[in-house]
Write a protein that binds this ligand. Structure first.
Ligand SMILES: [Zn+2]
Length: 104
């Protein structure tokens, strides 16, 4: 799927239609430290003993490998006037998402 680099969309902060820059979010950094669930999972993996749910890696990671080759995309828009970001919802999963200047 190809997307334009700029689009005209409604900005809820400016309350009018303005030009927006398009971003594709490729990876989000994992939270470090203080999130309870992730901390417990990390601590569960080190050391010996049966840690129940956290003893082994999940089945989907161990056996199946990369079966799914398409992903849901996370696309954000940045308003050119107020520089605030909003999420642009796009339905479906896509193998590849590109930004191009050709489409408007
Ligand atoms: Zn705006």
């Amino acid at each position: 799927m190809k997307l334009p680099k700029t689009v005209n969309k409604y900005c809820p902060y400016c309350r009018k239609v303005t030009e927006h820059k398009v971003f594709i979010i490729k990876s989000v950094k994992a939270r470090t430290g203080l999130v309870w669930g992730s901390r417990r999972a990390r601590e569960g993996k080190k050391g010996r003993g049966n840690k129940g749910k956290y003893s082994k890696r999940p089945l989907s990671q161990r056996k199946r490998g990369n079966i799914k080759s398409s992903k849901g995309v996370d696309i954000r828009l940045e308003c050119n006037i107020c520089k605030k970001q909003t999420i642009w919802k796009i339905e479906g999963r896509y193998k590849k998402v590109e930004l191009s200047t050709a489409i408007k």
